[in-house]
Design a protein around this ligand. Structure first.
Ligand SMILES: [Zn+2]
Length: 56
């Protein structure tokens, strides 16, 4: 299984971030601090960001 990373943009401030698709911790935006992703059943649940691209 490939380790996928997701290129996302924060819904609040629009900054780009790269997050692991199966992140096991909460990921916050480095610019505005909004929650981008929370862990859910072994994968990242994207709550505050929009996926631009999947990186493999
Ligand atoms: Zn942000």
């Amino acid at each position: 299984m490939a380790k996928n990373f997701l290129k996302v943009t924060c819904k609040d401030c629009g900054s780009e971030a790269t997050i692991f698709s199966r992140a096991t911790s909460v990921i916050s935006c480095g610019v505005c601090g909004a929650t981008l992703s929370t862990p859910s059943g072994g994968k990242a649940d994207l709550v505050g960001c929009t996926v631009l691209e999947t990186l493999e």
